[in-house]
Design a protein around this ligand. Structure first.
Ligand code: ZN
Length: 683
């Protein structure tokens, strides 16, 4: 061997390590010759003078890619043992392929140089302390890197060229198949076709992927298995949200050939491990896009519309899709003060308001307002209905067409399922009739299978009947046209959901803005139409709930004048006799009078009869606090009774007053002067 003289007895006294590596399990399985050659390296070591017991083989990395040492336990073991200085030589089939990355090999070479370890491959022996060897190894490593790069480049270029012609075969999603001459065609199975087509139809009707899942409740969706034992077979499973998105986002269904829709990139995680992640590439950066490449389920325009719709549904990305609440402008109303979105908040069953939440992030401006939703909604809906006039008929007829096709689709799915069940039953019957009667064991199994298929057929028939019965009667075209002529009635119809109204609103109106308005009793609303036109409407602001309308002044004047001497009940009667109404336009009752009394600070008439005074009066006359009077009453020092409204009435005359004053004068607590003249005596 070339350079055999570099091996000294010192090297031979240490262990010779044979390092085996084969990139993929496929290589290990198919290229057995190479693996054999690698194991034969142990014999080479013996031939070079190592004792057989001093030769060790590391084969833990067979079947692991060499692109990085991160996952290769064998290479790590090799490195650590070289570092310990217990290795005389590392033997591999091709030294530059020991580590696929330059960094791995450079590290090994550096350690081998420091510990005097030889590297040996079929070309010869390298002593890294020799500059020539070190240089040759470095060159080989660089060459191997370049070779890899060029090879990968050639492969990619060939692949890319095939893709650019639209000829690179990729696995097809369910509903599309390759025919004999490798062109893409729709699946000949009508049931599969119908299921895929229904996803697009349901999305058009429901407007969301979750809506499609709901429409498929109880119905299964086909899925083609790739690889594994079921490869190429069709499986039917419940439809998931993820599956719906996969179908809706796949341009292959729009008849387009696409290459480079996903890209992989490498990341380094916190542990220092290199991971490969696959991410979707934005449409503008797809490498190859060939429209009208094969027959699809939808047109390219429909694909773009679905893409836009999905983006508008993506709340995580800042979209504000239509929700089920009654506030019409939810999601499209903007605060004119700060420019931020206004949120629709629901305070009761039906009371919603649009509120600017700018105070939360400290962007509140003096122009930021909140407003009752119905005030804005009424104005916007009126503007919308006025604008809709010329398109009434077209809109209603489009809606009618959609409903009809929806009905047909539901029935068609059941029909197809029935057809399949009938086919399965026929096949089971044929299999049963073809078996020889003597072969009882097999005949019994086949008979049971036939019976099961017949039961399934009966179920499918029932399901079809149920589907036909469940179809509601469609209104005839004449009545639809009549309805369309009266769009406001359609708009306000109880069968029209808030979501429908909002969707209709958004088809014409881009956004609604609460413009700043100096007059607090008015609100100015800006409407921006999708056409680019803009309107401004001024509405009177409804009074916020909880704040009463001011009482008309004649009524307030009467309450103020007669209040101190008249009871609330009498005042209410008096006010209705005069025909006065409250600010809210209702006749006065006791509660309303009480409210006005409170608002205008009108005292009530005294509850006490002649010869009696209230606690407040007594306190005022004696010049003490009401608390003192309450204390005397509670401790029985002052007689009192409970009058109307549970008020305390104190029988009062000059004797009572004199007695009370004497009590105050004697009290050191109430009269500081008394305390000074008569200091407390110790008992
Ligand atoms: Zn604001």
């Amino acid at each position: 061997m070339n350079g055999e003289h570099k091996i000294t007895s010192g090297h031979r006294a240490r262990t010779a390590l044979v390092y085996l590596r084969q990139s993929t399990l496929m290589q290990v399985r198919e290229h057995t010759e190479s693996t054999m050659r690698q194991y034969a390296l142990a014999d080479t070591a013996v031939a070079l003078g190592w004792a057989p017991r001093d030769v060790e083989v590391i084969d833990r990395d067979l079947g692991l890619s060499g692109t990085s040492a991160a996952h290769r336990a064998g290479f790590r073991e090799l490195m650590s043992r070289v570092c310990l200085g217990e290795i005389g030589a590392v033997i591999g089939l091709e030294i530059s392929r020991l580590g696929r990355s330059n960094a791995d090999l450079a590290r090994l070479a550096e350690m081998a140089r420091l510990t005097g370890t030889l590297l040996i491959d079929s070309d010869g022996v390298y002593d890294l302390s020799d500059f020539n060897d070190w240089l040759v190894l470095g060159l080989k490593s660089t060459m191997s890197q370049a070779e890899l790069h060029i090879m990968a480049g050639r492969l990619q270029a060939a692949k890319r060229a095939a893709a650019e012609r639209g000829e690179l075969r990729a696995p097809l999603p369910v509903g599309l198949v390759y025919d004999e001459d490798s062109t893409i065609a729709t699946d000949p199975d009508a049931e599969v076709q119908a299921a895929v087509a229904d996803i697009f139809a349901c999305f058009a009707a429901a407007g969301s992927a979750y809506g499609v899942v709901a429409a498929f409740a109880g119905r299964k969706f086909p899925q083609r298995a790739y690889g594994g034992v079921w490869a190429g077979q069709l499986r039917w499973a419940p439809l998931t949200h993820h599956r719906v998105l996969q179908v809706l986002k796949n341009p292959v269904y729009a008849g387009a050939y696409v290459h480079g829709r996903h890209a992989t990139r490498k990341t380094v995680d916190a542990d220092g491990n290199v991971r490969t992640v696959t991410a979707e590439v934005p449409r503008a950066q797809w490498q190859v896009l060939i429209k009208d490449h094969h027959p699809g389920y939808i047109s390219w325009e429909e694909y773009l519309a679905i893409e836009a719709r999905l983006a508008a549904n993506h709340t995580g990305g800042g979209a504000r899709p239509v929700r089920e609440g009654t506030a019409l402008c939810q999601g499209i109303i903007i605060c004119g003060g700060c420019g931020g979105p206004m949120a629709a908040n629901y305070h009761g069953d039906d009371r919603a308001s649009y509120e600017c939440h700018s105070h939360r992030d400290g962007k509140k401006t003096p122009g930021c307002r909140s407003i009752t939703a119905h005030a804005v909604d009424d104005a916007v809906a009126t503007a919308l209905l006025q604008a809709l006039t010329p398109d009434q008929v077209a809109l209603a007829l489009a809606a009618a067409g959609e409903v009809t096709s929806q009905h047909q689709r539901a029935g068609r799915a059941a029909e197809l399922a029935l057809e399949r069940a009938r086919y399965d039953a026929d096949r089971a019957e044929r299999a049963f009739t073809q078996v020889e009667p003597e072969n009882r064991l097999v005949a019994r199994t086949l008979e049971a299978r036939w019976e099961a298929k017949l039961a399934a057929l009966a179920d499918a028939e029932q399901a079809l009947q149920a589907a036909c019965a469940a179809l509601p009667l469609l209104p005839d075209r004449a009545s639809l046209e009549k309805l369309a002529a009266d769009l406001p009635a359609l708009w306000h119809a109880p069968t029209t959901t808030a979501r429908d109204r909002k969707r209709l609103l958004r088809t014409l109106i881009a956004d609604v803005t609460m413009l700043p308005e100096a007059d607090r009793c008015k609100a100015r609303i800006g409407i921006r139409w999708h056409t680019g036109a803009a309107d401004q409407i001024v509405i009177s602001r409804p009074r916020p709930s909880g704040v009463p309308a001011p009482t008309p002044s004649p009524a307030a004047e009467l309450i103020r004048r007669l209040g101190p001497v008249t009871s609330n009940a009498d005042l209410a009667t008096l006010l209705s006799q005069h025909g006065y109404l409250t600010g809210a336009g209702r006749p006065f009752d006791i509660k309303a009078v009480q409210w006005v009394r409170h608002a205008y600070h009108v005292p009530g008439p005294s509850q006490c009869s002649d010869g009696e005074i209230s606690v407040a009066d007594a306190a005022r006359r004696l010049g003490c606090s009401p608390g003192v009077i309450y204390y005397w009453i509670e401790t029985g020092q002052l007689p009192a009774r409970r009058g109307a409204g549970h008020r305390l009435c104190i029988p009062w005359n000059e004797t009572t007053e004199a007695r009370c004053q004497a009590r105050i004068a004697a009290s050191g607590h109430l009269n500081p002067a008394a305390r000074r003249t008569r200091p407390r005596q110790p008992h």
